[in-house]
Design a protein around this ligand. Structure first.
Ligand code: 13P
Length: 254
């Protein structure tokens, strides 16, 4: 019912030249295809065009995603990137609401909701991130916190094709720390996310939306997460920066 998804978030890593090299490496690792697994790579904005060219030339079995977008169509917004600009270089996905953007750049749920609407208007699939801090987790309020984020981030969205909206649950305390949530921790929150989506959009739509786990996901632990009913894939940071480790995670999902 839901194809699994493995998405790589390169964050602020890889120059244009290095990005092209990594994409070429990945194209060769995955030359036999990815089965029913949807694979997405999300390089820095200046690398997008180069990676798009690799995908085209090598007929690589992965899609291109951006890491951020602005919701306006064009104009005097120095430093920002419009949805149309992403489409034009071949991006079909875009991460929004990553905890690093929320934390370092002050992004709010309202901003994330506007970004989702702008992307969907242009046919770009949002990979919308949510997740709690260690403090919230230790207070036992993680489910409540994430459910609240989901309600705000999806407010007023019209989802008719559930394959065109993706959620990534990334507990902040597990990002880049080597400290993973357990598969049961991930299921607890991903299950609550799906229940919330069902309340908002109906069960059928909720059953079609991919909910990914992210936070120190690696080749050696990804299978455990994927066994869980409501975990449909992974959003991978560090382990997506090497072609062999990222490809190993794709293969574990196949
Ligand atoms: P790590 O896999 O490096 O923990 O990063 C996770 C993440 O933030 C992906 O968006």
């Amino acid at each position: 019912m839901r194809n699994r998804m493995i998405a790589g978030n390169w964050k602020m890593n890889k120059t244009y030249t290095e990005g092209v090299e990594l994409a070429e490496g990945l194209a060769s690792e995955l030359q036999d295809g990815t089965g029913s697994v949807d694979v997405v790579v999300c390089p820095p904005a200046v690398d997008l065009k180069g990676v798009a060219e690799v995908i085209e030339q090598k007929k690589a079995p992965f899609a291109l995603g951006a890491q951020n977008v602005y919701w306006e169509e064009s104009g005097a917004y120095t430093g920002e990137t419009a949805p149309d600009m992403l489409t034009n270089v071949g991006a079909t996905y875009c991460i929004i609401g990553h905890s690093e953007r929320r934390g370092y750049f002050g992004e709010t749920d309202e901003d994330i909701n506007r970004k989702a609407k702008a992307l969907m208007k242009h046919g770009i699939v949002p990979i919308s991130c949510c997740g709690e801090s260690l403090e919230v987790r230790e207070a036992g309020k993680h489910v409540e916190f994430v459910v609240d984020q989901i309600k705000k981030d999806t407010e007023g969205l019209e989802i008719t094709d559930p394959s065109k909206y993706v959620i990534a649950y990334e507990p902040i305390w597990a990002i880049g720390t080597g400290k993973t949530a357990t598969a049961d921790d991930a299921q607890e929150v991903c299950g609550a996310i799906r229940k919330t989506l069902a309340e908002i959009f109906g069960q059928e739509i909720a059953d079609g939306i991919r909910v990914l786990y992210g936070g120190s996901a690696k080749p050696n632990n990804v299978a455990g997460f994927l066994e869980k009913e409501d975990v449909d894939g992974a959003l991978v940071g560090g382990a997506s920066l090497k072609a062999d480790s990222f490809a190993a995670m794709v293969k574990a999902a196949m």
